[in-house]
Design a protein around this ligand. Structure first.
Ligand code: BEZ
Length: 209
């Protein structure tokens, strides 16, 4: 087996990092990437990471030729072009735009959930902005409702960019908002998520408890 030619800056709790890890497992590319865990928050940047990605954000993928890719959407697109199996991002046609749009909605959910985490975990309680938090939470609720009502059948058809992104988001909600109770409000999504959690790629990338 050859040595990994790429390095991934990641954090095991980051849902954006998890998207990349799941795709690496699904496409049989884990041995091509060495993993560099970093702890980073908006108020605690990591110097090594900032040199590779000036935005200081995870994940970032350093390629063998010295180029660095970010963010997670760009990395997933790149890695999906590096394997010979079925693409996890449809290359053309209406499926491409539909699955990318579902992935974008899942990413919006991830963004809102991570921002809520920063606001509630990092920001002093007396400075927290309740109305802003409520609106982030409503963004999550609207997204979940859309997936439940409009997309769960489509999601079940392929485990691809859209499914990976939503699965990473639901895993993150379970990690950081364990009392949210989303499964009772979105039971079809709960059943779908239960199934996808049996996949080796999801088991291997579970965030730390
Ligand atoms: C978290 O611990 O929730 C987290 C870590 C890295 C990136 C985003 C979120």
């Amino acid at each position: 087996m050859s040595a990994p030619s790429m390095t991934l800056y990641y954090n095991p709790a980051s849902p954006f990092s998890r998207k990349v890890l799941v795709l690496l497992h699904e496409t049989g590319q884990t041995n091509r990437v060495s993993l560099k865990p970093v702890n980073v928050t908006p108020v605690n940047p990591n110097n090594d990471l900032c040199q590779e990605n000036p935005a200081g954000k995870l994940p970032a993928l350093c390629l063998a030729d010295g180029n660095v890719l970010h963010d997670s959407r760009v990395i997933l697109d790149y890695l999906d072009h590096q394997h010979v199996g079925n693409p996890l991002i449809p290359r053309e046609g209406s499926a491409r735009w539909r699955r990318l749009t579902l992935a974008s909605l899942a990413d919006a959910l991830l963004d809102a959930a991570v921002l809520i985490r920063y606001e509630t975990f990092l920001r002093p309680a007396q400075k927290q902005w309740a109305e802003w938090l409520d609106n982030q939470q409503e963004k999550i609720a609207r997204s979940l409702s859309y997936f439940e009502q409009e997309a769960v059948t489509e999601l079940s058809s392929h485990f691809d960019i859209a499914s990976i992104s939503l699965a990473a988001g639901l895993g993150y909600l379970d990690l950081r908002q364990p009392d949210l109770g989303w499964r009772s409000r979105y039971p079809r999504l709960g059943a779908w998520y239960y199934e996808v959690c049996q996949r080796p790629s999801m088991i291997a990338t579970q965030p730390p408890a």
